[in-house]
Design a protein around this ligand. Structure first.
Ligand code: ACM
Length: 250
């Protein structure tokens, strides 16, 4: 429900199974998505050092001994970012700021300014990207080239293509990906937005290990092997060593 930060936060945390090592929540999961304008986004955004949502996520991660990745509206001075917060069980945290803004986000948010980071967590390396970043293969590729084993992908998808595209992102990079997408609709601006749900956990072999439907709130759960996935495609093909970046320029 747009703007019902406390209720959305507790509803989401209530849905997280226990025990669980890592949970991924949708983009802007506590504020809602369809801000009327930049001022409204600024008024609902928070500084992750002391904001209510960020502090609650850190407390929850410590209590449960788990990591979380969740989409937040991040305020940084006069800037407002569509961000994802990673919190670890020891209370430490990291931020990714969405690079590729979608539709009205381009006039509401500032574009991410820190690239695609990979963070050590859960005994492995987690990459983070947000929603529309999926349409740029460079996003997942950049994360994978930096050693991401699992891509955490909070989303508020409205187009139908991403769940299938992420199978390819996983296959072409030999990574796992967790896309956490919301369900429901918002109609606060000119357009009514319907979110497609279909959250999923995908393997490096492009298998859907777990997935949700499109209509109702639900949780997808899977066990993921933390052993590094070989980039050796055939005895004579290594995904990274065979790249020819000298030919990838425009
Ligand atoms: C999106 O990037 N929220 C579609």
């Amino acid at each position: 429900v747009f703007g019902e930060i406390e209720a959305n936060l507790s509803r989401a945390l209530d849905l997280i199974p226990d025990p669980c090592d890592l949970a991924v929540l949708p983009e802007l999961f506590a504020t809602g998505y369809q801000f009327r304008d930049r001022d409204e986004a600024l008024s609902l955004a928070e500084d992750p050092r002391r904001g209510q949502v960020s502090r609650s996520l850190r407390r929850f991660a410590r209590q449960r001994g788990m990591a979380l990745v969740a989409g937040i509206a991040e305020r940084a001075g006069k800037k407002v970012y569509n961000s994802a917060l990673l919190v670890r069980p020891d209370g430490s945290w990291e931020i990714y700021r969405k690079i590729h803004l979608f539709w009205d986000e381009t006039v509401i948010f500032d574009a991410g300014d820190r690239g695609f980071p990979v963070f050590p967590a859960c005994g492995t390396r987690l990459g983070v990207m947000i929603c529309y970043d999926w349409i740029y293969p460079e996003a997942a590729r950049t994360l994978a080239l930096q050693g991401a084993h699992l891509i955490c992908h909070p989303a508020n998808l409205v187009l139908p293509y991403c769940p299938d595209a992420m199978l390819t992102r996983c296959l072409e990079n030999r990574v796992y990906a967790v896309t956490a997408n919301r369900v429901g609709a918002e109609h606060r601006g000119r357009e009514r937005l319907e979110f497609i749900g279909r959250s999923q956990i995908v393997s490096p072999q492009a298998e859907r290990l777990a997935s949700c439907g499109g209509a109702d709130e639900s949780v997808a759960v899977a066990d993921i092997d933390l052993a590094p996935v070989s980039k050796q495609v055939t005895p004579r093909n290594h995904l990274w060593h065979d790249r020819r970046p000298e030919f990838y320029r425009r």
